[in-house]
Design a protein around this ligand. Structure first.
Ligand code: ADP
Ligand code: MG
Length: 335
């Protein structure tokens, strides 16, 4: 049985808002699983139903093959790390981490050893006697993690745990979370609205939209083969053509998407290869972004595509790539 199994899970608030609208999902033992979606798409509500803080309107939650839908949070072998960490401000770090064990009357010696091990896991040795106010945001995040890990849950639920951190710290903590998950080997279910975070960290991703899952797959599957227009637009830069534009460029009606980094920006005289599709257009915007530059190109056939160039050398910004320049965009045909 999977670590977590959701069957027809639904939740309405006040009998009106369909926050979660029929979710079926199986998460494997030891997986690092991300739930990705825009704000309001139902991610937190799903997580709260797994934890037991919220009663489903319909459907079932199974943990390790056991139906826990009717069980309260403390009878489920899961722990949650919340975005705001929810630490006790008047307690020391040691007391914060050990609190759950104390409540469950774990003997003092074992408690001390488990708190020590949890703090070592998140690299906070030496901070035992401090209080939350005396720690940085990143350190508080680690305390919240230690407090969840000390209970040795089968499943750890994390609701936008890095949302309060600045970008540099967030990248550091992303790597830390991966390391910790590898070392403890338990299932992580990670909620985020940040596509980069979901793609870089997880084994598999579920993409949420309006209370439903649009696609489940590996980061590469979701990115390279988006199942729906929503997934194509939400995961990665939106690069969609439809209607007349798609028909002219691809020779087929319907929705067509291509990732910006797959597009070659060529001179109008430079013919596309036999394995390539191409479209002529005019550069509408040039957006310099340090390591790369984005080019927004208005196609003659209608529609707009974004292409990306890595800035490999200083001379990358050649004459081809200024606003108003006529260009050809070319990319490999899908096989
Ligand atoms: P996400 O975590 O993806 O941002 P949520 O699960 O928090 O989304 O919310 C999904 C929808 O359910 C939103 O429309 C939200 O306003 C609504 N919602 C969440 N919790 C409640 C609640 N306690 N009462 C009423 N509506 C709620
Ligand atoms: Mg949320």
């Amino acid at each position: 049985a999977g670590a977590v199994r959701l069957e027809g899970l639904a939740k309405s608030f006040d009998g009106r808002v369909r926050a979660v609208d029929g979710v079926d999902l199986e998460i494997g033992e030891g997986e690092f699983f991300a739930m990705l979606g825009p704000s309001g798409s139902g991610k937190t509500t799903v997580l709260r139903m797994i934890a037991g803080f919220e009663r489903p309107t319909a459907g079932r939650v199974l943990l390790g093959g056991v139906d826990v839908t009717a069980l309260p949070p403390f009878d489920r072998d899961v722990n949650t790390v919340f975005q705001d960490y929810a630490l006790f401000p008047h307690m020391t770090i040691e007391q914060n981490v050990g609190y759950g064990l104390m409540v469950r009357r774990v003997p003092k010696a074992e408690r001390a050893e488990r708190v020590r091990a949890a703090l070592a896991m998140v690299r906070l040795e030496g901070f035992e006697r401090r209080r939350p106010a005396q720690l940085s945001g990143g350190q508080r995040q680690r305390v919240a993690l230690a407090r969840a890990l000390v209970n040795r849950p089968k499943v750890l639920l994390l609701d936008e745990p890095l949302g309060a951190l600045d970008l540099k710290l967030r990248h550091e903590m992303q790597a830390e979370l991966k390391r910790i998950q590898r070392e403890v080997g338990i299932t992580f279910v990670f909620v985020t609205h940040d596509q980069d975070e979901a793609l870089t960290m997880s084994d598999r991703v579920a993409v949420f939209n309006a209370g439903r899952i649009e696609q489940v797959g590996s980061p590469a599957e979701v990115y390279e083969h988006p199942a729906t227009a929503f997934v194509a637009g939400f995961v990665g830069t939106s690069n969609l053509l439809d209607g007349a534009a798609a028909e002219q460029v691809v020779g087929e009606t319907g929705l067509f998407s291509v990732r910006p980094e797959k597009i070659r920006i060529a001179h109008p005289d430079d013919p596309a290869g036999p394995d390539e599709l191409s479209a002529t257009g005019r550069v509408a915007e040039v957006v310099y972004a340090g390591g790369h530059t984005r080019f927004l190109v208005d196609l003659e056939a209608g529609g707009r595509l974004t292409a990306v160039r890595q800035n490999l050398d200083e001379g990358s910004a050649d004459v081809l790539r200024h606003r108003g320049t006529d260009v050809v965009l070319a990319w490999q045909r899908k096989h």
